[in-house]
Design a protein around this ligand. Structure first.
Ligand SMILES: [Zn+2]
Length: 279
């Protein structure tokens, strides 16, 4: 192990909880991309930090004998994505519908404390804006859907049927929630929601306008991650290149006319952005 490996591993703790994601850890990020040994150590580190979490306990109960501790879901996701090389929206959808690595990845991201607490950042604003109904587009395992339900919001989950949403449905029953989790194509086309919640999803949509355009007409607030902040480690699915040369975090606003971000102090490091007309 070289000196650079030692310093990389010494930085895992601050990297796990860095408010600005990759921003302050560019050297570590680059090192991880090129050092399989440190990538494996980082995977181990995240699992160790998730060890006592309720979420990991739920995964064990859900998977039973299939549960694989220390599965390196980031490496596996990258490898399976490269192998599948999905080119069309249908191929991308097929990838997410079948990926068990993604189930593990979403769990470790959350359970290790690596995932920002989007709900803590957004819920006070949603409450101030009198939001009651939320559609969680790309809800995955329910990292936000379940806490939002627990907080009293009426949430409709939306994602491809997949290992992740099968786990979410199991979690909802366990938590006593009867929320619906719908396939994107099965969302009622006349339903309205106070807020669209779409976190860690925009980068996975081959065509944001096609996926979200109609829905954006039927919500008054949009919550997405702060895309000016880079997060995660290499090995995640690479995002498509930005289009039209402007910041992708304003993209949903092209459709939601008259929408503007709700600004707060320290806004630049906020994990999420909330757009909409003020009430
Ligand atoms: Zn290394």
């Amino acid at each position: 192990m070289s000196d650079s490996c030692t310093s990389a591993r010494n930085a895992f703790g601050s990297y796990l909880q860095a408010a600005d994601g990759r921003g302050s850890h560019a050297a570590l990020h680059t090192h991880l991309a090129g050092c399989p040994g440190c990538r494996a150590a980082w995977n181990h580190y995240r699992w160790d930090h998730a060890a006592d979490s309720a979420l990991l306990e739920e995964l064990q109960d859900f998977l039973g004998a299939d549960y694989t501790p220390y599965r390196d879901s980031s490496a596996e996701l990258a490898a399976t994505w490269r192998r599948a090389d999905p080119q069309t929206p249908d191929e991308v959808a097929a990838f997410f519908r079948s990926s068990t690595a993604y189930l593990y990845n979403l769990i470790i991201w959350q359970a290790s404390g690596n995932r920002p607490d989007y709900c803590a950042a957004a819920v006070p604003i949603l409450r101030a804006q009198k939001v009651r109904t939320v559609v969680g587009y790309g809800c995955g395992i329910g990292n936000d859907t379940v806490p939002l339900l627990d907080a009293g919001f009426t949430v409709t989950g939306c994602d491809y049927d997949s290992p992740s949403t099968r786990f979410l449905r199991w979690r909802l029953r366990r938590h006593g929630h009867d929320a619906v989790v719908a396939e994107p194509a099965a969302l009622p086309c006349d339903a309205t929601y106070d807020a669209l919640w779409t976190i860690d999803t925009l980068d996975h949509l081959p065509d944001i306008d096609a996926a979200l355009g109609p829905l954006l007409q039927r919500v008054r607030l949009v919550v997405c991650e702060n895309l000016a902040v880079q997060r995660g480690v290499s090995g995640k699915i690479p995002p498509p290149p930005p289009r039209r040369g402007h910041r992708r975090d304003v993209h949903p606003l092209r459709v939601a006319s008259a929408a503007r971000p709700h600004r707060r102090d320290g806004d630049d490091l906020d994990p999420c952005r909330i757009y909409g007309s003020r009430t």
